[in-house]
Design a binder for this molecule. Structure first.
Ligand SMILES: [Zn+2]
Length: 269
């Protein structure tokens, strides 16, 4: 496996699986796993919250919003709460929503709250997608939006969490850009990536990007068209000696209409 380094969150999930004799939880109900650990899971309608954890003196309750539309997202939220249960005993009632389960919390990384969320996300990612298994599943396959969708089906988790796992472990280097309300908030690129990304933090996405097509025109491509060719110069710095025609870059957007946000996955072939 590509020199993958476990961090506090992912190592805790890996150890927990091993201690309980699981290679993965693909065939085991997550609610049952949680209750085996001592947390009761309840699904009910929650206001402004995807999930929350209530630490009691004797019992811990995890509540998951039953109105979450996608099962995979429910599953990821539950795994995130189990992460809090294992790693963060002692925090009071804790609410999670789109912001706290979001992957790009760089600006809050220094703050304690941001670190806790980061750890819970890393935990959830490893619990649902054990790194060795994920690596094996994607190995040798050509990168495409369909590959991410296939992995999401196999691992029964959200396509966004799959994209971030692929970023860490996948064979093909990909870049990730997150835009919210027509503003680029964060981006990530692999170590040693040969192309230089133009810093657009707090600016609009490039006007010829697929992300901008969504914000300006509400365009959402159907599955079979979700891989869109773009110019290198769309997201990257084009050097004087370079010609846009010599590069083949693609953008695939994971869109959340509810939060008016776009995760752009950009790669070169
Ligand atoms: Zn949380």
């Amino acid at each position: 496996m590509k020199n993958y380094r476990y961090n506090k969150g992912s190592a805790a999930a890996r150890d927990l699986l091993h201690q309980n004799g699981f290679e993965s939880l693909l065939d085991f109900p997550l609610e049952l796993f949680a209750s085996g650990l001592g947390a009761t899971v309840i699904e009910k309608p929650l206001l402004n919250s995807d999930g929350r954890i209530i630490f009691g003196k004797k019992h811990t309750i995890i509540e998951i919003n039953q109105n979450i539309e996608f099962e995979q997202k429910k599953r990821f939220t539950l795994a995130h709460e189990i992460g809090h249960f294992i790693l963060h005993k002692g925090i009071d009632i804790h609410n999670d929503n789109e912001a706290t389960t979001s992957w790009f919390n760089n600006k809050e990384k220094q703050a304690k709250s941001g670190r806790i969320e980061y750890e819970a996300n890393q935990f959830a990612s490893e619990l649902l997608m054990p790194s060795t298994l994920f690596f094996e599943k994607q190995k040798g396959k050509k990168f495409s939006p369909q590959l991410l969708r296939d992995l999401a089906t196999f691992f029964k988790t959200s396509i966004t969490s799959i994209a971030f796992k692929y970023f860490e472990l996948g064979d093909h280097p990909i870049c990730l850009f997150h835009s919210h309300n027509k503003t680029v908030s964060y981006w990530k690129w692999p170590k040693g990536y040969p192309h230089f990304i133009i810093d657009r933090t707090k600016l609009e996405p490039p006007e010829d990007s697929v992300a901008m097509e969504f914000f300006e025109k509400g365009k959402i491509y159907a599955k079979h068209q979700s891989k869109q060719q773009i110019w290198k110069s769309t997201w990257f710095d084009l050097k004087n000696s370079e010609d846009d025609n010599d590069f083949k870059f693609f953008e695939y957007c994971i869109i959340s209409t509810t939060y008016n946000s776009v995760l752009s996955i950009v790669w070169e072939e």
